[in-house]
Write a protein that binds this ligand. Structure first.
Ligand code: TYD
Ligand code: MG
Length: 451
């Protein structure tokens, strides 16, 4: 085969190169390039060169006459919040990707969903990872045994697609895409060509037979989908399963959804009966609070749902070398930025201090309104002074040290009221009697921490 038809593609991000390099220039991953023979692109190139158009005219219909898959036919997952995340349940014929770290609970929640759907529909669980015995044990534990729930152990994408195509099942689970192979493709399972081609086969079968399919995908420690990102573009819905593997809350959110919004999130807890939805996350998160210095309650949002969560800061003198900054549940770059703002815009000096931030409960904050709470927690920790217990905090902090407005302040405030707080320290743009308005970081720190 001529050299020009050889391609090297990155297993991490899907970027392609003409020549092999040790490191992907796009995502920076080492040794991630794998050689591929690119037969399709050769045809494409020659087709582009042809001067005559060789297609047939499309058969089009008025958009009014198009039929839809019936919204009423959506399958319930058995979890109210997860149904909302999906836009009302699982749509027949839709293909979903459930991505998450190993051990977070993907197989567990899928078995629970199977149990619910199998009450009325035919469900098939295909596992390429676990033996029949392991799956059986989990099914017993979760009370998922049912005549309608079938199991098959397979790693052949062709066999699985064939089974889906027969239309005998309403829901098929494929656990996981990284174990599947197509015999004709030589590369190892989990590689870019295997994952794309296996994904395509299964998606085609699902669309032909109107079968809902959920595909499991593992993510790497860095949080990116292992194998090619390309699968995200092929499927209808991408669900991310995030959180701490060992306890704490686990959150499922849609990062792509062709049939609903991507603003909702479902919060779960793992226990003996598998995963259960957390009814009142704020109360659970605040239950163990010990009000010490460096502890601040942040009113944040998870999806569109308000949650109160404790932010803890610990500040210690730097013993040796550079000051250390560590954040768990918060973006480290953002923490460094906030520390720079504090140093420049207030009287607080942090250049000889180590700063540690912890967000309680395994939550990962993606809310820019967490800034003010982080700054107050740091200031309170530096002063060694514990603040009053009766307020919550929210607001973004700008580079000038100004406090800026936050999304959905009303929801944050009503959650704080519900849990018995007396007021909220919030941006001055929020007009509410409950709010003590603040304009900039410096005066806020002077007023509340005397620093
Ligand atoms: P699993 O669903 O297999 O994770 P994944 O498929 O994402 O790799 O299981 C996650 C963990 O949950 C596993 O370590 C055992 C634990 N677990 C429970 O605590 N309770 C349960 O009822 C089950 C089934 C699992
Ligand atoms: Mg699993």
């Amino acid at each position: 085969m001529a050299k020009s038809h050889m391609l090297f593609s990155c297993q991490q991000c899907g970027a392609t190169y003409k020549n092999w390099t040790g490191r992907c220039n796009k995502c920076g991953a080492w040794s991630s390039l794998i050689q591929q023979f690119d037969d399709d692109s050769r045809e494409e190139k020659s087709a582009v060169g042809r001067s005559q158009i060789s297609g047939r005219e499309l058969n089009f219909v008025s958009i009014k006459d198009l039929s839809t898959s019936d919204e009423k036919n959506r399958l319930s997952t058995g979890f109210d919040d997860l149904n909302i995340v999906l836009g009302g349940g699982i749509l027949p014929g839709s293909v979903m990707l459930l991505a998450g770290q190993p051990g977070i609970g993907k197989s567990t929640i899928l078995m629970q969903i199977c149990a619910e759907v199998a009450k009325t529909k035919n469900v098939l669980y295909v596992s390429g990872e676990e033996s029949a015995g392991q799956v059986k044990l989990r099914a017993i534990r979760l009370g998922a045994e049912s005549d309608n729930l079938k199991f098959a152990s397979s790693t052949s994408a062709n066999d699985i697609a064939k089974t889906i195509e027969t239309g005998g099942f309403d829901l098929v689970i494929v656990d996981s895409i990284q174990t599947l192979t197509i015999a004709e493709i030589a590369s190892a399972p989990g590689g870019i060509s295997q994952v794309t081609n296996c994904g395509n086969l299964i998606i085609r079968a699902a669309k032909i037979s109107e079968t809902a399919v959920i595909i499991v995908g593992h993510v790497t420690k860095e949080g990116t989908l292992a194998g090619p990102k390309i699968l995200e573009h092929l499927v209808d819905v991408v669900l991310n399963f995030e959180g701490d593997r060992y306890g704490g809350f686990k959150i499922i959110r849609a990062i792509k959804n062709r049939f609903g919004s991507t603003t909702e999130a479902a919060i779960f807890e793992m226990n003996q009966q598998g995963l259960t939805e957390v009814e009142n996350p704020s109360a659970a998160l605040l239950a163990e609070r010990q009000n010490t210095d460096g502890s601040i309650i942040l009113a944040t949002l998870e999806g569109t749902r308000p949650i109160l969560v404790e932010i803890q800061a610990l500040v210690t003198p730097t013993n040796f070398g550079y000051p250390k900054r560590t954040a768990s549940g918060f973006d480290l770059n953002r923490l460094n930025l906030l520390i720079a703002v504090i140093e420049r815009r207030t009287k607080l000096k942090l250049n000889d201090k180590d700063v540690f931030i912890n967000v309680v409960g395994g939550l990962r904050l993606q809310d820019s309104a967490a800034d003010l709470a982080i700054c107050l927690a740091i200031a309170s920790a530096v002063a060694g002074r514990k603040l009053s217990e009766d307020f919550v905090v929210f607001g973004e902090v700008g580079l000038g040290g100004e406090v800026r407005s936050a999304f959905r302040p009303d929801q944050r405030i009503s959650e704080a009221k519900k849990l018995g707080f007396a007021h909220a320290i919030a941006p001055s743009t929020v007009k509410d009697k409950f709010v003590i308005p603040v304009k900039d970081l410096r005066t806020t720190l002077i007023e509340y921490v005397n620093e």
